[in-house]
Write a protein that binds this ligand. Structure first.
Ligand SMILES: C[C@@]1(CC(=O)O)C2=NC(=C\c3[nH]c(c(CCC(=O)O)c3CC(=O)O)Cc3[nH]c(c(CC(=O)O)c3CCC(=O)O)/C=C3\N/C(=C\2)[C@@H](CCC(=O)O)[C@]3(C)CC(=O)O)/[C@H]1CCC(=O)O
Ligand SMILES: NC(=O)c1ccc[n+]([C@@H]2O[C@H](COP(=O)([O-])OP(=O)(O)OC[C@H]3O[C@@H](n4cnc5c(N)ncnc54)[C@H](O)[C@@H]3O)[C@@H](O)[C@H]2O)c1
Length: 255
């Protein structure tokens, strides 16, 4: 029986999509590595505080500070920087291994998750090489074996994707939101999920990208009878009056 279950392959990382939106993250250091960390954090809508003396600032970090995209303290790290109980994460990117280790220990005392750049034993989590296209994010990790290899694999994966994947996913996101309004009940969950999966499988990426708000509302009328017409059918049906929106979400009136 157990043969049909996946084999355990230890030694990996638990890859998650950490929601740092509006959460406080401390970045210590203002060099090139910090610039990359800050960009990733701002792209995830975190509230970022940077601590680093002004004279060592990378131009990108200086730009973020100038634009007030981050809160900034022009000085070296002090242990009291960790006193704020709202800090969810600390990232250090400094060229001082001793100070890095001190910060790591202080974070562990306070149970704050931390990444000390380039010091794997002092990381609660590693960064990875990330491809971003709108709502789509793909992260590649080599689990500390070869960061440059992660970069190479990520580029290959990105190059192999069809164009406009991000746009298609955005449209699916919008359709799912509308579907939840049309069929909000918990009891409809399984049907909702199956129907959405069928739309994703049956529609081409091009059609998903092309779908406008009106197409979405027309397509949603097929949820009640559990049908998945193509974009072409929806648009033809509209012309012939086959799909009629009668103001009451949830059922289609075929004439
Ligand atoms: C993916 C990426 C994300 C990011 O940081 O944003 C990332 N490193 C990147 C680049 C990079 N880093 C280094 C080089 C030089 C070439 C080389 O050494 O290979 C290059 C290449 C370059 O610069 O192009 C040096 C390096 N890095 C680490 C060590 C220490 C050690 O291994 O012991 C050393 C040696 C220092 C020394 O020898 O002195 C450690 C880590 N670096 C990680 C992530 C984590 C593991 C991720 C994984 O295994 O997949 C981990 C464990 C911890 C962490 O920092 O989170 C980013 C590429 C993003 C992109 O381009 O897409
Ligand atoms: N993981 C990775 O991807 C990766 C890649 C390259 C380098 N690194 C490592 O990351 C670290 C930072 O690299 P970098 O290129 O950004 O370095 P950098 O020298 O450009 O920047 C270091 C920054 O830290 C600041 N700093 C130093 N001590 C500080 C302190 N006590 N408090 C606050 N700020 C302090 C400096 O003023 C400077 O702004 C290095 O240890 C480097 O080896 C990691």
């Amino acid at each position: 029986m157990s043969e049909s279950f996946p084999e355990i392959q230890g030694g990996g990382s638990l890859i998650l999509a950490w929601q740092v939106r509006n959460k406080k993250v401390l970045v210590i250091g203002g060099g090139e590595v910090a610039a990359g960390r800050i960009l990733n954090l701002l792209n995830a809508d975190a509230k970022v505080t940077v601590i680093s003396p002004r004279d060592g600032l990378n131009p990108e970090v200086a730009h973020r500070i100038e634009r007030k995209q981050v809160e900034y303290h022009d000085r070296r790290f002090e242990p009291s920087d960790l006193d704020d109980p709202h800090i969810t994460m600390v990232l250090t990117a400094i060229d001082d291994p001793e100070a890095s280790t001190t910060i790591w220990k202080l974070c562990k005392e306070r149970k704050i998750a931390a990444n000390i750049a380039d010091v794997p034993p002092e990381c609660d989590f590693y960064f990875g090489s990330v491809h971003r296209d709108g709502p789509l994010q793909i992260m590649v990790s080599t689990n500390g074996n070869g960061p440059k290899m992660a970069n190479i694999v990520r580029r290959r994966i990105a190059a192999s994707l069809p164009p406009k994947m991000g746009d298609a996913i955005s449209k699916v996101g919008e359709l799912r939101k509308r579907l939840r309004k049309v069929a909000p009940g918990n009891d409809e969950g399984p049907k909702r999920m199956q129907w959405m999966s069928k739309v994703c499988v049956q529609w081409t990426l091009e059609d998903l990208c092309e779908m406008d708000e009106r197409d979405m509302d027309d397509l949603l009328q097929s949820f009640a009878p559990d049908k998945v017409p193509s974009l072409e059918q929806i648009r033809l049906g509209e012309e012939s009056g086959e799909y009629h929106f009668d103001g009451s979400f949830g059922w289609a009136c075929v004439v």
